[in-house]
Structure formats: C-alpha cells, structure tokens
Design a protein around this ligand. Structure first.
Ligand code: ADP
Ligand code: MG
Length: 702
C-alpha cells in the first residue's frame, strides 16, 4: 500500500496532469511520485539572513533586505518601459527595477508596508540596484510548516520552462508531494546505524533536502542521502561478492612447481619490482584457496603487468592447468605472443596464438592441441571466445586492458569449463581508490604501484603554435639519432566549426617538413580496416616508418620501445587519462623520452589545469585523481556502462571518506549477518532487495 503511493504515476499529483507529466518524463526522467521526491534541488538560496544595504560590498550573491519603498516612478516607453523604486532599509538605499508585470508591482508597492526584497544586487553607475527582485511578505510561511528560509532551486530546461515547469513551479509541486507522501516514507537503515552515526531519519532528510529549516539541517540531510547512495551500493556489491565466493568453487593451484621455479631462477630477464612480487603473492593466496578468483590488476603503463601474468600462467601449468591471455586488438595480441614466446624461449612451455585472421588449417591444429592439452598458454583476441575454442583444462584467464571487453564476453569465457577459471583482469587505466571500490567493489583489486628501476621519467612539455618550428627541428634531431615519433590528432576529418588542426592537414604539413625519401610517414586512423591499420603499425614496429600520425586508435598497450617522442596535437581536446595513456606509448626503452603537448594559445581554465597536471607528474594514479576531481567519474574510461555510478548527491572525488566508511560498515554488517536475517537489519534487507531488482543482479564477473 505504502510503496504503491510512491509509485503513483506523476500525472496524478495535484497540479500535474497528462501534459506536464509528459514533460516530466521527457525532460527529467521523472515518472512517479518517488522520482520527483528524489529530484533534489541543485542549490538553495539562503533567505535565512537579512543583509544591510550599507554593508554591501561585492556583486554576485543573492541576498535579501528588509525595508520600505520611499518612492518610485515609471520610466521609458514600450519595450524600455520600467518601474524604478527607491528602497531604504535604514542603513542605505538601493534601486529596484522591474521591466514587466508593472501593474502588479505598482499595486504591491503602494501598500506602503515593510517588505523583504530578494535578488542579486549589482553596481550600475556606482549605485546599487537590483533587477526583478522578489517581494516577500515577512510573515510568510511555506505550507509544510517550515519558514521559507532556503528556497530550493531545481534545474529545468527551456522546453520545460515553456510548459510552465520552471524551478518555482517544480518547487510548488514538491511541496504538494511532500504533504501528501511524508507519512509513507519508511526508514531503510537500521535504528543502530542511525543512532550510532547521528544520522537524520530518511523522512527528515528528504524533507530537509528540499526545504531545509536551516543550513545545518540541509547539510545533515545531504549527508544522510549520500550515505544511503554509497552504503547501499556497497551492500549490494559485497553481497554479490559474498554469494559468489560462497557458491563458486575454483581450481586449486596448490603448488609452485618446476616450471615456475626453473623460469624464475634461470630465465627471468630482470629482478621483479617489489610491487610485482607483492601482487604475485596476493594472487597466489587467491588461487591457492580453492575459491574462484576474480581480480582486477591495476598498474600504470609500463609497470610490467605482462610478466606478472606470465608467472601466474606458469603456476597454472605447474598445477596441470592451461591458461589464456586475451587482448583487445590483433596488434596487442601479436605483441603479447611475440614477447611471451621470447621470454619463454628455452622453456618447455607451448604457446598458441589465435586471432580472427588465423587460417583455417592452423586453427584446426590449434583446436586439437587445446583439447588434448598440448598447448599450455593460448594468446589471442576475441577469437578465443568462440564456442569451438575448447580447452582441456582451462584454469586461468588473463584479460588485458579490460575496458574493451563487455561483461557478457567475460561471462562467456567463464562458462568454458564446469569449474570456472580464475580471472585476472588487467588495466593500465588507473582508477582512483574510491572509484575502484565502487565500480569494482565485487572484485578484489591488486595494484602495481611501482615502475621497474632505471626508467627515465618522460619529459612532458606544453607547447604553442609559435613553438612549432622549433618542435619540428627537435623531431628531426631525434629521428637523426635513430628514434621514432608518434603524432596524435583528435579528429580524422576537418571540422570547420572547431578549427582543428586535424590529421589530414597535419599530414600535409608534416609531409612538407619531413620529405620523402629521407623520412617515411605513416597514418593510422579509426576509419581504416583492421588489417590496413596492422600493416602500417607493423611497419612502424619494424622501424620502416619514422613518424606515425594517428588518431587515438594507438592509445592502448602498443609497445614500440624505440619511439621516444609523443606529440599530441590539440592536446586541450583530450581528457587527462587519455593524455596519460598516450604518453605511456613512449618511455619504454632506455632512452630519454618526451611528450609534447601542442595547443592553441587561449585555453579554458580546466584545459590549463589538465595540461599542468601532465607536465608536473608522470604518476597515473595522481593523474586519475586529478581527472576524477576535474571531470567526475562518468567520463573516466570504462565506467559509462556501469550503472553503479548514477549518484544524485554523492561525489566519488569529494566524498572519499564516506565511500571508505560505508564500505567498511557494509562489510562489518555482512560479516555479522550475511543474509541480513537479523530483525534489526530487516529494513535494510528489504531496501537492498529493491535495489537489486532495479540494477539486476549482474553476472559473477565484472
Ligand atoms: P604494462 O604494465 O604497461 O603492460 P609491460 O608488461 O608491457 O607493461 O612491461 C613494460 C616493459 O617493462 C616490458 O618491456 C617488460 O619486459 C619490462 N619490465 C617488466 N617488469 C620489469 C622489471 N621488473 N624490471 C625491468 N623491466 C621490466
Ligand atoms: Mg600491457
């Protein structure tokens, strides 16, 4: 009964009706009473204080004054017609101006009583004035019993405003709604939690987020609602994880045997970093537990994830299992295959390779070798997911650069055995801690937070058009020294509107300054077919090309240690994580590498901050944190499809403490009462059920 009321179509709220309901749906995705209840104001105007005119200093803020109109006159003709009133509060005078509804205003003003006027004072000809102030009766109260101290502002749209749904109209409807439904707002948190952390009740929070009685209550209301947003996400993710670890047994890798040991002692070409060692330990504990592993491995570009994964695949072999590594593109798969076969050169480990372009004959042989267990490690692309790729005993799946693979594809991998393989998802897109906790809260996370020794930090410089000739001279020097150069552009085709220095124009310019045959220039962009791209890329890898011009298609993973310069054109048009990824294409060899960020002269403040961050740090996690602060989580790679991030109030960048706090709390509660069976947890269980239904209980792999 109660839930039904909240689910009433918005159309039936008094004052809405079918036409406005349409607007609500189309413009704000508000379908039900409940949706409007959770349509929070973006800001409140503080009407709790009355200022004095004498103390006016700066423009820009809305404020109110209490006083009387001493005189007024109507000036101008037709469209310049306006009413100008002198308003005095005993400390000074401010001019009030109205351009319309003059009759009504005049009528109000002639009442000769005390008013509160509310608006944004501006200085004009050294006099303070206020255009279209609101006139308020000092005695006025709102209909929900609290003084209208804080007026809520709701975001609206042009279309909605035309249909009469501006902020003010929405705020009136919210009052109607609150009056009608406040009795059915039921609590979702346990009494314990509310008491212990001195939270507002849900009902108080919802009333106060719209119509706060004071600034303090507004803050408390926001805190309570953020708390709910974050807490229930964590409760959901941790419940999923719990179900998963309880119900899913995994292959037991109980030993570290000859393959691993022989390789580690005799062939490992370098000392592992401490971070790599730590991660291997973490993963060994997982795969030795008898539970199925679902782990995210984060590590900045160049941190050495591949060798880490390889060592784990050797442990799999020692325990009689096959493994595979799946890369998002053919080029990356090829690189993995080449580097892994090279690393394993004298080891008795058989490595297979499978991509979309593998020939039928080779495929058939491969299929057989997979099924009879001859192949220990299979490397490839999406082609590994095909149904006819059948393993004898798949124990470990490594997925490189996870954001290119969808959830279903991973689930497919998972089904290749009766007992699902351990899954290690690797990503070089650093994800800030709070985001990882929220987005991958049902996965375990390992982090390689250290680069191999001896890497020279990439020198990053921000250059302008006027530096271009100098920059070209620098490229010529690097190429003369045997190095190669990437140049990346944001667009493929010229866009007249945005005046971009695009790939084709860039090519013409480069071709003039770097003439054939002394220089070979290649182009790669997203509109090319995969094999055309691969052809050009391979020429670059083989050093037949010195300069590779491309769009962002080269962003992920490619390893050309001889390339020492990354030029990014129109760098202001790229996101921070993307810039960092691009930069990670160089600095992979022993030589000093450079990242040159070219931009136009005038830049927005945000662009400047981004470029500054790039020139100041090479640390991917620091970059990710700055990115999260600047842009919010929705823009970070791989997060768009998630559905866990549509918070209304919580902000993963600003509310880090609350994210960690709610996660720990959810953990504690589930440790004590995994199924939320305890009577005190009833309300939480019920709401969690609702949340689960809303989001769907998506697969066991994330
Ligand atoms: P990513 O984490 O970006 O995938 P890779 O696995 O491609 O990085 O490693 C980058 C380079 O660093 C490779 O050439 C690899 O051989 C090398 N490398 C990895 N670990 C170490 C280490 N501990 N010491 C020295 N070089 C290493
Ligand atoms: Mg890699």
């Amino acid at each position: 009964m109660q839930a039904n009321l909240l689910e009433t179509p918005i159309e039936y709220l008094k004052g809405v009706g079918p036409k406005k309901a349409e607007i609500f749906k189309k413009e704000f995705q508000i379908f039900t009473f409940q949706d409007l209840l959770h349509y929070y104001p973006y800001r409140h105007v503080d009407k709790s204080q009355i200022h004095t005119i004498r103390s006016l200093e700066a423009e820009g803020a809305f404020m109110q004054f209490k006083g009387r109109v001493t005189s007024y006159e109507i000036l101008g003709e037709r469209h310049t017609k306006r009413l100008v009133a002198q308003f005095n509060d005993g400390t000074g005078t401010i001019e009030l101006v109205w351009f319309n509804s003059l009759k009504w205003v005049e009528n109000e003003l002639t009442q000769k009583r005390e008013f509160i006027v509310f608006g944004k004072p501006t200085l004009f000809n050294r006099r303070w004035n206020m255009a279209h102030p609101e006139i308020i009766d000092p005695e006025k109260q709102s209909n929900i019993g609290v003084p209208m101290a804080f007026q809520p502002l709701y975001s609206s749209s042009e279309k909605a405003k035309k249909s009469g749904l501006d902020s003010r109209a929405i705020s009136k409807l919210v009052i109607t709604l609150l009056n009608q439904i406040q009795i059915v707002i039921t609590e979702r948190l346990s009494e314990d939690i509310i008491q212990n952390y001195k939270l507002l009740s849900l009902k108080e929070a919802l009333l106060n987020v719209h119509y706060p009685a004071s600034q303090e209550l507004l803050s408390k209301a926001m805190l309570r609602l953020k708390f709910d947003e974050l807490f229930f996400v964590q409760l959901r993710l941790l419940t999923q994880k719990l179900v998963h670890t309880q119900k899913t047994s995994g292959h037991l890798f109980s030993v570290v045997g000859d393959t691993f040991n022989a390789y580690y002692k005799n062939y490992l070409p370098f000392e592992l970093t401490d971070a790599q060692k730590r991660v291997i330990k973490e993963i060994r504990a997982d795969v030795g537990s008898g539970k199925q592993m679902n782990r995210l491995l984060q590590g900045d570009v160049g941190s050495g994830k591949t060798i880490t994964a390889l060592l784990l695949m050797l442990i799999a072999k020692d325990n009689g299992y096959q493994s595979c590594i799946m890369a998002p593109t053919e080029i990356l798969a090829t690189q993995h295959f080449e580097s892994i076969t090279k690393l394993l050169k004298d080891m008795p480990v058989k490595v297979g390779f499978l991509t979309g372009s593998s020939k039928t004959k080779a495929r058939n042989v491969l299929h057989e070798e997979l099924q009879n267990g001859e192949i220990d490690i299979l490397i490839g692309t999406h082609a590994l997911l095909e149904d006819n790729v059948i393993f004898k005993n798949l124990g470990l799946v490594v997925i490189d650069e996870q954001h290119r693979f969808g959830v279903e594809q991973r689930a497919k991998m998972w089904k290749k055995n009766d007992i699902p393989p351990h899954i290690l998802v690797m990503t070089a897109t650093p994800i800030p801690r709070t985001l990882a906790m929220t987005l991958y809260g049902d996965l375990d996370v390992s982090i390689i937070d250290e680069l191999p020794k001896g890497r020279k930090p990439i020198v990053t410089k921000h250059l302008y058009e006027k530096n271009r000739l100098g920059m070209f001279g620098f490229l010529q020097k690097e190429i003369a020294a045997g190095r190669q150069v990437f140049v990346v552009y944001p667009l493929i085709k010229e866009s007249e509107k945005m005046d971009l220095f695009d790939l084709m124009a860039g090519y013409d310019l480069m071709a003039d300054c770097f003439p054939i045959p002394q220089y070979q220039i290649g182009i790669v962009h997203g509109k090319m077919k995969a094999d055309e791209k691969d052809f050009v890329m391979n020429r670059f890898v083989k050093k037949e090309i010195q300069i590779l011009l491309s769009t962002t298609v080269i962003e992920v993973g490619i390893d050309v240690p001889n390339a020492s310069v990354m030029v990014i054109e129109n760098a202001e048009r790229f996101g921070l994580s993307q810039l960092h990824q691009l930069r990670g294409r160089v600095g992979r060899g022993a030589d000093q590498s450079y990242c040159l960020l070219m931009t136009k002269h005038e830049l927005s403040i945000e662009s400047k901050q981004r470029l500054k961050a790039m020139t100041e740090t090479n640390d991917g996690f620091e970059i990710a944190n700055i990115d999260l602060r600047l842009r919010g989580p929705g823009d970070l790679q791989g997060t768009r499809q998630s559905g866990v991030l549509d918070f209304k109030l919580a902000d993963l960048a600003k509310d880090e403490k609350l994210v960690v706090f709610t996660r720990n709390l959810a953990k504690e509660i589930l440790e004590e009462d995994p199924d939320l069976q305890h009577p005190k947890n009833q309300s939480m269980r019920q709401y969690l059920g609702e949340v689960m239904r809303r989001y769907g209980f998506f697969g066991n792999i994330s």
